[in-house]
Design a protein around this ligand. Structure first.
Ligand SMILES: [Zn+2]
Length: 339
């Protein structure tokens, strides 16, 4: 290949290399040495000048000189770009918007528990918590479930050993509070409970309860009814009606289950209330004297009421959630709907 052609090729190649260059200190320096270094391409071309035929010299001289100028200009541009990079490394634009950290949302059950707690707090109830791992005494015996009592079968229990278990309800908090405080006692006990049940769309081995307890002199069933009526109207809407049905719980006597008129169909009957117009939302009753005595409270002097409800079921009814397992799967697409 003639030197003239070679010079043209180098010139074209340089343009290509320049276009593909990832501009860093090292890459620019490498390219500079390749073309402008002592043993670089430009010097080699100049050294070949003497071997050219006289008629080629003029054109060759023009090409190599303009190539040299181009190289000088382009490397100056590259140097400027490198300095800009240096500066921008230290430059901080204070007007840029900040990065938004991904934040979670409050779980719908937690929201429900807070809303319910707020209503009862405004009625003078204090919030109490207790351990999720309990003893048989606090979970059963002190609540009037003696050994071998058939009522124990109502609650399939996760036992850790003979005496230690995962609480099956939040009622142990009632016992612990009655032991540590003197009447009047007015508490709300929210928390997570555990039962050894098959997991399905309708039931889970983990769920939540909120229980209330009021102990004082001369507490009556009508006070219980009034308290629950105020709660239901504030939480579910002022048009809601309550219905008390006799029931059985070991720790209350008498006991009742409470239904409200379906807040979806206003009592007319729909799929959610199974055409009955009523929704069962809580259980309640007057605290059994045995439970008071087990906690060291004089059942001749004091009486009290207790009630309990399931925030999981209430949340499902409120938002039309058909599968309880959604609460425990941590699926962000589900949770984002409750922002
Ligand atoms: Zn209905």
């Amino acid at each position: 290949m003639s030197l003239l052609l070679e010079a043209k090729n180098y010139r074209d190649n340089f343009r290509k290399e320049l276009a593909n260059l990832n501009i860093t200190k090292n890459s620019v320096e490498e390219l500079r040495i390749k073309y402008l270094g002592k043993k670089g391409i430009l010097n080699r071309l100049f050294q070949g000048f003497g071997s050219l035929q006289p008629e080629e010299r003029k054109e060759f001289g023009q090409i190599v000189n303009s190539f040299k100028n181009d190289l000088n200009v382009q490397f100056e541009v590259l140097q400027n770009k490198l300095s800009e990079q240096e500066v921008s490394k230290d430059f901080f634009d204070y007007s840029l918007p900040g990065k938004k950290p991904e934040t979670g949302y409050m779980h719908p059950i937690s929201q429900t528990m807070r809303e319910i707690s707020k209503i009862f707090r405004e009625m003078g109830f204090d919030i109490e918590y207790g351990p999720e791992v309990e003893t048989d005494y606090y979970n059963f015996q002190a609540l009037n479930f003696p050994d071998n009592h058939p009522a124990r079968d109502m609650q399939d229990t996760f036992f850790i050993n003979n005496d230690i278990l995962l609480r099956t309800h939040t009622s142990p908090i009632q016992v612990r509070t009655m032991q540590s405080q003197k009447p009047p006692i007015r508490i709300l006990a929210p928390g997570r409970v555990f039962r050894n049940e098959a997991i399905s769309a309708r039931s889970h081995c983990i769920f939540h309860q909120i229980e209330g307890l009021y102990i004082d002199e001369n507490v009556t069933f009508s006070e219980l009814k009034t308290t629950l009526d105020i709660f239901a109207k504030r939480y579910f809407g002022s048009k809601v009606k309550l219905r008390f049905r006799p029931s059985y719980f070991p720790f209350t006597e008498p006991s009742a289950e409470v239904d409200i008129t379906c807040f979806i169909c206003n009592g007319k009957g729909c799929n959610v209330c199974k055409k009955t117009g009523w929704l069962e939302i809580l259980g309640c009753g007057m605290v059994d004297p045995n439970v008071l005595e087990a906690s060291g409270i004089d059942s001749e002097k004091y009486s009290g009421y207790a009630f309990g409800m399931g925030p999981d079921r209430i949340t499902m009814l409120k938002y039309g959630i058909t599968d309880i397992r959604m609460f425990f799967e941590g699926d962000i697409r589900f949770l984002q709907q409750f922002k």
